[in-house]
Design a protein around this ligand. Sequence first.
Ligand code: F0G
Length: 372
Amino acid sequence: MEYKLVCTKCGAEYDRKSPAFRCVKCASILEVEYYYDGFRLPKGFRRRKPSQKKYVPLLPLSRLSATMGEGGSELVAADGLRRIIGQSVRLYLKVETENPTHTFKDRGSAVEISKAMELGYREICCASTGNMGLSLAKYARAHRIKCTVFISKDGNPKKIAKIRAQRARLVKVDGDFNDALLQAERFATRRGAFLCGDYHYRKEGQKCVVYEIMEQVGRRAPDYIFVQVGNATLLAAVYKGLVEFKKFGLIGKMPRLVAVQSDQCAPLVTAYKASRQVRYVRPATAADAIAVGFPTFGFEGLEAVKGTNGCAVSVDDSEIYRAMGLLKESMGIGAELGGATGLAGFLKMNAEKPSAFKGRTAVVIVTGNNED
Ligand code: F0G
């Protein structure tokens, strides 16, 4: 689709070919703004099976040249969890662990690497808590692009080993994810490398997960979608995808978005509850994937929750461990802690007030599995 790049805060516009990742005037993040007027979905759109490739006309690309078969993951009924969740709620799990590197991150990497190639870059870099770095490293390697990943020195050692195995250059940063982010941004500017990670193009790739959910549930339109939050890119992307599907007349009502974080790292949930902007917290959760003290898409994440009349909830790390165990035992689905946090949020809310979910449909996105 035709688009322009716009600063989310001051509205400054950027050339589509610009490698800018933040506004040079106010340092805010950018947004891909489409020219929706006159846009028509391709013929037979509704009949085609959901997949990342199917949605290329809704992406800022003419071709998804760096695809590795991401997307098209299963949406399964969580019947194995009935004993715990009761009989009156319909719960579905979107199993994003089926992606090539076992996380939803591959959807964003396919778009980012395709864009980097389109713009003629042979080198990328990113900051990551692990999964995004692994995903980008694999996609970059497959397309002969040099990749540098910045990660906290306290990052998950298993993920660090997996990134190294993809032959990416790894820079361990003395600090947390946000320190790594700063270094990656500086490195990109200094080296002229294409900066990947939680920025506008990734958001576009990741919105496809909600297109799929809405197509897969059919008439059972969900009342709630639970999303675990790190940088809040996925949350913001899900909201954008829903707004777009509504605009195109593909869905009626909007599901409520529920943002879930760990009590041990809950900057977005705290901001939501206090009705204020997101402020940095020192991450201390065992769910390393979502150990982000200051989410890049924090403002947009809050807008997603408010705009859908949703809410934000935090869970103790012990509840995340329990959700992860239940997923394995009752559904046979392996997930890491960060991947099971959305389910922990659902289980907590359902246990506290089952009446809220009576006769309702909820979808939980199981985002990843890379801790083993
Ligand atoms: N689930 C998993 C498995 C993740 O790896 C992440 C983020 C999230 C959920 C949260 O998504 O950041 O868009 O809110 N991982 C990033 C990374 C931070 O570097 O791999 P988000």
